[in-house]
Design a protein around this ligand. Structure first.
Ligand code: UD1
Length: 370
C-alpha cells in the first residue's frame, strides 16, 4: 500500500505592516506545494485598517487563519500578550514548523513560544544587525536568531554577523531579499497607479517622508528638531508624509502637527497601502525615512534615500545602494546634492532578484526531507 505522508503544517507569523509584504511571496509559493499547508497567523500588533487589512488585500493574502488580537501596549505587555495567545493556539494544534519574519515584537514572541514547545523555527530576514542595542528591533533580532533552527539571510553581511555570534554555519542559508519578490510580484499593479497625480505633484518633483522610530519620535526635543529641519528641507522640495499612527500621536501631543500644516510644504496624509506607497516611492526624487525596509526598496529602485538614523542594520544599502545616514544638521546639504544630481547609483546586491521565495521553499524542502 502506498504510504500517504501527512501535510506539513507551517505557521507564517505576521503582525505589523512590514511583515505582510514579506510573508506574501512566501505564502503564494507555499500554497502551490502539495506537501505542506501554510497557515497565516496574525498577532494583531497592527490593527488599524490602513496598517493591516489594506496590506493583506494589496498582497492578495487571505484573511488570517488565526488572529490573536493583541493590540498595542508597552514592549513587555505586547510581547507577553503575543506569547500567551500564541501558546494557546499551539496547545490546541501544534504546527510542524513556525516561520517568523523581520524584527518586530511579535517575531521574537512567537519564536520564543514555539521553541519552548520544542517546535522548529525558521527566521526570514535573519542576521541583520545595527549594533545599537537601544533599539527594540535589535533585541528582537538577536533573541530570534539565537534560538531559530533555520536562518534565511538577505545578504553576505548578515551571514557574517551570525557566524560571528557563534551560530552554526549549517543553520544559515542565504536566500536574498524577499521584499524584492513582493515588489516584482505586484509591479504591474503598482505601475497602473499614479499616486503623485492623485496628490497633485509632478513625478520626480517631490520627496517621500516616513518617520516612526521611537528614537526619533518619542522624545519631544528630538522630534522638534527633526520637524524644524524637515520644514527647512521642504522649502527646497515638497514632501509627502504618510504619517504612522505613533508619530501622529507624538506630533499632536507636542503641538507640532499644526506647525507642519501651516508652515511647510509637507503634505501629511494617512498611511498608504503597499501598492499606493510603492507608486509614490517609485516616482519620487528622494526619500527621507527611518524605516528599515524602505532603505532596501529605494536601493533596488535606485531612488536616493536619506535615513534619519545613526546606524543601519542594512549596511549593504550604504555600500551597494543609494542610502546615506543623515541627521538634522546635514540633511539639507544632502538634499541639495540629490537635487543637483550628485548621487551614487545602485549596484544590485546578489540574490535581490525576485526569486527569494523559491529559494526558501527549496531550503525548507531539503531540511524537512520532502
Ligand atoms: C512596529 C515595529 C517596527 C516596525 C513598525 C512598522 C516593534 C518593536 N516595532 O513599530 O520594527 O518597523 O512596526 O510600522 O515591533 N498604532 C496604531 N495603530 C496600529 C498600530 C500601531 O495606532 O495599527 C500605534 C499605537 O499607538 C501603538 C504605537 O502605534 O502604541 C506603536 O505600535 P507598535 O506596534 O508597538 O510599534 P510600531 O511603532 O508600529
Amino acid at each position: 500500500m502506498k504510504k500517504v505522508l501527512k501535510s506539513t503544517v507551517i505557521h507564517l507569523i505576521t503582525a505589523a505592516r512590514p511583515n505582510f509584504m514579506k510573508v506574501a511571496p512566501l505564502y503564494h509559493s507555499l500554497i502551490k506545494e502539495q506537501w505542506c499547508r501554510p497557515m497565516m497567523v496574525h498577532t494583531g500588533q497592527h490593527y488599524d485598517v490602513n496598517m493591516s487589512d489594506t496590506f493583506l488585500s494589496d498582497m492578495l493574502l487571505p484573511n488570517p487563519d488565526i488572529y490573536l488580537n493583541v493590540g498595542s501596549g508597552t514592549h513587555a505587555e505586547q510581547t507577553a500578550r503575543v506569547m500567551t495567545a500564541y501558546e494557546k493556539v499551539c496547545f490546541q494544534s501544534m504546527p510542524d514548523w513556525v516561520i517568523v519574519v523581520g524584527d518586530v515584537n511579535s517575531t521574537m514572541a512567537c519564536a520564543i513560544t514555539a521553541k519552548k514547545l520544542c517546535l522548529p523555527v525558521a527566521h526570514l530576514e535573519a542576521g541583520l544587525r545595527s549594533g545599537d542595542r537601544t533599539m527594540p528591533e535589535e533585541i528582537n533580532r538577536i533573541v530570534t536568531d539565537t534560538i531559530a533552527d533555520l536562518l534565511w539571510t538577505p545578504s553576505h553581511d548578515a551571514d557574517a554577523n551570525l557566524l560571528r555570534e557563534g551560530i552554526a554555519a549549517e543553520k544559515i542559508k542565504r536566500v536574498g531579499n524577499i521584499m524584492i519578490d513582493s515588489y516584482e510580484m505586484m509591479l504591474s499593479v503598482i505601475e497602473k497607479e499614479n499616486v503623485p497625480a492623485e496628490l497633485g505633484v509632478d513625478k520626480h518633483q517631490y520627496g517621500v517622508l516616513t518617520l516612526h522610530r521611537p528614537s526619533n519620535v518619542d522624545d519631544q526635543e528630538v522630534l522638534r528638531n527633526i520637524v524644524d529641519s524637515l520644514i527647512e528641507t521642504s522649502k527646497m522640495l515638497p514632501l509627502i508624509f504618510p504619517v504612522h499612527p505613533r508619530t501622529k500621536n507624538h506630533l499632536k501631543e507636542n503641538n507640532l502637527l499644526n506647525k507642519i500644516l501651516v508652515s511647510s510644504r509637507i503634505n501629511i496624509i494617512e498611511p498608504l497601502g503597499y501598492i499606493k506607497f510603492m507608486s509614490l516611492v517609485k516616482n519620487a526624487k528622494l526619500v527621507i525615512t527611518d524605516s528599515g525596509g524602505i532603505q532596501e526598496e529605494t536601493t533596488y529602485l535606485n531612488i536616493p534615500c536619506l535615513t534619519l538614523r545613526n546606524t543601519t542594520e542594512r549596511p549593504i544599502t550604504l555600500t551597494h545602494g543609494t542610502n546615506k545616514l543623515v541627521n538634522t544638521k546635514n540633511i539639507i546639504h544632502y538634499v541639495r546634492k540629490i537635487i543637483e544630481g550628485q548621487w551614487q547609483n545602485t549596484v544590485c546586491p546578489e540574490y535581490w532578484d525576485g526569486k527569494t521565495a523559491f529559494r526558501i521553499v527549496e531550503s525548507l524542502k531539503t531540511v524537512i526531507g520532502r
